[in-house]
Design a binder for this molecule. Structure first.
Ligand SMILES: Nc1ncnc2c1ncn2[C@@H]1O[C@H](COP(=O)(O)OP(=O)(O)OP(=O)(O)O)[C@@H](O)[C@H]1O
Ligand SMILES: [Mg+2]
Length: 225
C-alpha cells in the first residue's frame, strides 16, 4: 500500500522509566525499558492489561514524556526537540492508531483521512478510497464517526494512521475491536508498510495478530523482554 519507500527511521529506547503519582502512592509503569526497532521491521508488543503498553507508545510518539532514559526516533529526541519541530516531525513521519480511535467527531470519514494528507501537502486523494475499500469501509465515506460501530471506527483510525505513508507506525490494539476477517486487512497493511521500509510497532492482546509480526516482545513488570 505504501506507494513510495518511507525514509529509514529506527526507534531506540534506553532505560526509559515512567511512574504516575496517585493518592495511593506512586505507580511505576515503565522501569528501564530498552527497545530497538529497525526500519522495515514489524514488531509486536504484548503484555497484561495495565502493564504500560499504551504508555510506551505515547512516550515513543512524545505524547507523554519519560521520567528517565532516552528515546530516539530516526535519531531525533522528540521530547527534547523544540516546538514546532517535534510537531512537524510527528505529523509527517509518525502514524498513530489510537486504542480509543480519537477520530475527529465533526469530520466525516473521508475528511478524517484527508486531514493528514492536507497537513502534509499530499494531493494523492486516491489513497483515501483505496484504503477505505481495502478495510471494508466503502460506502461509509460521508458518515460521521458517531454513527459507526466500534470496529468501523477502529478501521477508520487505521486508515488515517497509514494514509500519508508514515515512516513510523505506532498501532495500539489495531484489531482489538475486529473479528479475524476484519482484522486481516489491518495486519496486511501494517506488514506492507514495514515491507516498504517503515518501522511498525503494534501493541496487541491477540496471539493471532502478534503472529503476523516479525518479532514479539512482552512488557511485564515495567520491562520489555
Ligand atoms: N495519566 C495517567 N495517570 C495515572 N495513571 C495512569 C495514567 N496513564 C496510565 N496510567 C496507569 O498506568 C498503567 C499503564 O497504563 P497503560 O494504559 O499504559 O496500560 P496498557 O498496557 O496499555 O493496558 P491495556 O492493555 O488495558 O490497554 C495503568 O495502571 C494505568 O492506570
Ligand atoms: Mg493500552
Amino acid at each position: 500500500m505504501q506507494d513510495s519507500r518511507a525514509p529509514a527511521l529506527a526507534v531506540r529506547l534506553r532505560g526509559v522509566s515512567k511512574a504516575y503519582h496517585e493518592h495511593a502512592g506512586v505507580r511505576r509503569v515503565l522501569d528501564g525499558v530498552d527497545l530497538n526497532a529497525g526500519a522495515g521491521e514489524f514488531l509486536a508488543v504484548t503484555g497484561p492489561s495495565g502493564s504500560g503498553k499504551s504508555t510506551l507508545l505515547n512516550i515513543i510518539a512524545a505524547i507523554e514524556s519519560a521520567d528517565a532514559g532516552s528515546v530516539s526516533v530516526g535519531g531525533v529526541d522528540l521530547a527534547g526537540a523544540p516546538e514546532p519541530d517535534s510537531t512537524l516531525f510527528r505529523r509527517r513521519h509518525v502514524g498513530i492508531v489510537f486504542q480509543f480511535f480519537n477520530l475527529v467527531p465533526t469530520l466525516t470519514v473521508r475528511e478524517n483521512l484527508l486531514l493528514p494528507l492536507r497537513l502534509n501537502g499530499i494531493a494523492d486523494d486516491d489513497r483515501v478510497d483505496i484504503l477505505l475499500r481495502r478495510l471494508g469501509l466503502a460506502g461509509r465515506e460521508d458518515s460521521f464517526p458517531d454513527v459507526l460501530s466500534g470496529g468501523e471506527q477502529q478501521r477508520v483510525g487505521v486508515a488515517r494512521a497509514m494514509v500519508h505513508s508514515p515512516a513510523i507506525v505506532l498501532a495500539d490494539e489495531p484489531t482489538g475491536n475486529l473479528d479475524e476477517q476484519a482484522g486481516a486487512p489491518v495486519l496486511d497493511l501494517l506488514r506492507e508498510s514495514a515491507e516498504a521500509g517503515a518501522t511498525v510497532i503494534m501493541v496487541t492482546h491477540s496471539a493471532g495478530a502478534a503472529a503476523a509480526a516479525d518479532r514479539r516482545l512482552v512488557l511485564h513488570h515495567g520491562r520489555l523482554a
